[in-house]
Design a protein around this ligand. Structure first.
Ligand SMILES: [Zn+2]
Ligand SMILES: [Zn+2]
Length: 266
């Protein structure tokens, strides 16, 4: 059964991705949070980065995390495969540990100057909407895939957990970047469990003290646990400035500049 899913994995993930995108995009149309987020250039740049990234993964990586997990599943590799626990427990633990690992990776991308040059492309976006959720430099995507391959080797998660995690990660990235309103009480309730758009928007502030908070992707637990949680921005969500101070909107909307920008220190 799982072999069947794995065989059709790209198509399966594409359907989930497109459906989630349409849902979040409709939510933005119906309940927009901030005005003037849309610009043809920046939207095109965000989509082009997404296309280049899918291509880069296929061309550069010899194997993807999901394929490696599937190949190693029955070979006893990794910590989790040494523990005698029901399959579902291993599945859940795998998801939680992978989420923690991605939180750590995100912190590393901000703290290591060389890696920040790549992650900066995500933060340079002067808007914040569903398309920001697919805006990453190919260098970051390739680094992240190597990181996930090492995680699969060390942890030994089930292939089903890795597949579920990849789906959760790409869907939550669309959700957490939504430029959409959510009733405050629902936002507060959800934040006890998951990262919400209002929580992640603070991470996209051009103020350094705000950008170094709310690193989580799925579970909000890690920010609360490691003291990087911030409930509100300095200013209102509507007035806060999004982006990075050194990169003006015009450069941030240029696909060429964004692709070569890691060569520049600032
Ligand atoms: Zn970041
Ligand atoms: Zn983001």
């Amino acid at each position: 059964m799982f072999d069947y899913f794995l065989h059709y994995e790209p198509q399966f993930r594409l359907i989930i991705f497109v459906s989630t995108f349409i849902i979040i995009f409709s939510w933005e149309l119906l309940a927009k949070k901030r005005s003037s987020e849309f610009s043809v250039d920046r939207t095109l740049t965000n989509f082009l980065l997404m296309l280049i990234n899918s291509l880069a993964l296929r061309l550069v990586m010899p194997i993807l995390a999901i394929e490696l997990a599937f190949q190693l599943e029955t070979k006893g590799f990794g910590i989790l495969q040494q523990i005698a626990l029901p399959e579902f427990a291993i599945f859940l633990i795998s998801l939680i540990l992978l989420d923690l690992a991605i939180y750590i990776q995100h912190v590393i991308f901000h703290k290591v100057p060389f890696l920040w040059r790549f992650h900066r492309v995500h933060h340079a976006d002067t808007g914040f909407d569903v398309t920001t959720g697919v805006r990453f430099h190919p260098g970051e995507i390739i680094f992240s895939m190597f990181y996930k391959l090492i995680l699969v080797l060390l942890l030994g998660p089930s292939a089903a957990a890795v597949l579920m995690f990849e789906i959760l990660l790409s869907s939550s990235s669309l959700f957490t970047h939504a430029n959409a309103r959510m009733p405050r009480n629902i936002d507060i309730l959800l934040r006890w469990f998951i990262v919400t758009p209002d929580m992640h928007r603070i991470h996209h502030s051009d103020q350094t003290d705000e950008a170094l908070t709310n690193f989580g992707f799925n579970l909000s637990l890690w920010d609360r646990l490691f003291g990087t949680y911030r409930p509100d921005p300095n200013y209102d969500h509507i007035d806060m400035k999004i982006g990075t101070r050194n990169i003006p909107a015009k450069k941030a909307s240029s696909i060429w500049y964004m692709l070569i920008s890691p060569v520049y220190k600032n």
